[in-house]
Design a protein. Structure first.
Length: 123
């Protein structure tokens, strides 16, 4: 009779509670997997915009010291360490450094005046 009067003091989780937790984790994982490509693409676009801004801000200083616009290139700027290694890439000339697999190019436009340059982000 003593066994029938005891209360159930066992601690732990029920099977239903564990299943609910697994369902919640699964849903969060699926949402995260669906959003990941968009977030990574957005981050790559920000990285490219930042790199192009850096290139655009460095170029006028080379022209101010007398370098011809046609002689200005990523290799020259990268060799002087005016840009980060992330922008210059392993070959130190902007080739293959774009997060989308393209090259960063720097050169003068032939159609307009000396003060105008194009900053290419080819991918």
């Amino acid at each position: 009779m003593n066994k029938l009067n005891k209360t159930n003091n066992e601690k732990g989780f029920t099977l239903i509670e564990l299943l609910v937790v697994l369902v919640v984790i699964s849903v969060l994982t699926l949402v995260g997997m669906a959003v990941k490509p968009k977030v990574l693409g957005y981050m790559s676009n920000i990285e490219i915009s930042s790199a192009v801004d850096s290139i655009a801000s460095v170029a006028p200083s080379y022209l101010a010291i007398g370098l011809k616009p046609t002689d200005l290139s990523m290799a020259i700027v990268c060799q002087d360490r005016a840009l980060s290694k992330r922008i210059c890439g392993a070959s130190n000339n902007g080739v293959g450094a774009n997060p989308f697999g393209g090259d960063y190019k720097l050169g003068a436009s032939k159609r307009v005046s000396r003060s105008h340059h194009y900053y290419s982000n080819r991918y």
